[in-house]
Design a protein around this ligand. Structure first.
Ligand code: ES4
Ligand code: ZN
Length: 326
């Protein structure tokens, strides 16, 4: 128990966190009340987020985040999110941000949202030490045209603390290659690349993300375990997986943590990392993730040191920043 306690309190690098998806339900409910927005259907009777499955989750997510209307709202959200992460001993966090939710794809509005988020992050870094970097993310089910607008926003704001470009959303819609233009544009602007793949689709979607989008990290990627030649490729090319075990169990990708392939992938030499995805939606925190992995797989501090080192090395920040979290 004493050992679990010190594992829980280890400093952590988190690479896969959706900025709005980290909003505590009480925060969203409070904003809805202030703005007289009706959020019926978003919450269960106990106050937690209500959803049946992943596609329903995406629509509840959009409804909940519709109360985030101004750069000031995002500043408040950023403080709430980073304070919660810091309370879980997270020292460095990369969050997914979308112009689709922040200004509707207009570059000028997007800049104002980013400025507000950045100011709030600097203030929270001063108070808690936590470092924030941003990954601009297009939404797959909004289609390739909207993704191009997102990539243009990303290219315009690359550098400083905006370090990456990615894709999230409904994996059943479209193909990675439909988004290749946007990823090329982001890469040429100097952004590092990651893509959600292999969460809802099979190992083939991970191959497509690598071949067609040329990403260096994969969000989830857990279904790679069904294709051992692909696993070898991930090992050889040091592709890091942003694994979110609690999210996968909450959304029933796996029935329980014992059935989750994170340990098999790690044993085969894949660079695995641990993140929370949308923590209040999935009733998890970084401390919970660490505790549950220690309990399910018997991971000790040496294993967590390896996991966290993988995350620090795969972080999209500059080398000075990396040296502060290694
Ligand atoms: C997601 Cl678009 C989006 N938002 C939050 N979490 C996600 N997971 C996959 N796509
Ligand atoms: Zn995600």
């Amino acid at each position: 128990e004493e050992q679990l306690d010190s594992i829980m309190r280890l400093p952590k690098v988190e690479l896969h966190l959706h900025h709005e998806g980290a909003a505590p339900p009480g925060f969203i409910r409070g904003l809805a009340k202030e703005k007289s927005v009706n959020l019926s259907g978003v919450f269960k009777a106990d106050g937690s987020y209500a959803f049946r499955d992943f596609v329903h989750f995406l629509s509840v997510y959009e409804a909940a985040t519709s109360v985030l209307k101004t750069p000031g709202d995002y500043a408040r959200l950023t403080k709430a999110v980073l304070e919660e992460s810091a309370a879980n001993d997270v020292i460095y966090s990369e969050t997914f941000l979308s112009p689709d939710f922040c200004g509707g794809g207009d570059v000028g509005a997007w800049r104002e949202y980013l400025h507000a988020i950045r100011e709030a992050a600097i203030e929270t870094e001063r108070d808690t030490g936590i470092i924030l970097r941003g990954i601009v993310t297009c939404i797959r089910h909004f289609g390739p045209d909207q993704a191009k607008a997102t990539a243009l926003c990303a290219a315009e704001t690359a550098g400083d603390w905006i370090v990456g470009f990615g894709i999230a959303g409904d994996e059943s819609r479209g193909k990675p290659r439909d988004f290749a233009y946007s990823f090329d544009l982001a890469r040429e602007a100097g952004l590092r690349l990651t893509a959600h793949a292999g969460e809802w689709s099979g190992a083939g979607s991970v191959r497509e993300a690598l071949d067609d989008l040329k990403v260096e990290r994969i969000g989830h990627g857990v279904h790679a375990i069904n294709d051992l030649a692909l696993v070898d490729r991930l090992v050889e090319n040091q592709i890091t997986l942003e694994i979110c075990p609690g999210s996968n169990v909450a959304l029933n990708v796996y029935p329980n943590l014992a059935a989750h392939p994170i340990e098999k992938l790690r044993q085969r030499g894949v660079k695995v990392t641990v993140s929370t995805d949308d923590p209040p939606f999935f009733h998890t925190t970084m401390r919970d993730e660490y505790l549950n992995l220690a309990r399910s797989f018997g991971w000790d501090e040496t294993v967590f040191a390896e996991i966290n080192d993988n995350a620090a090395r795969a972080a999209f920040c500059d080398e000075d920043t990396r040296s502060r979290v290694l």
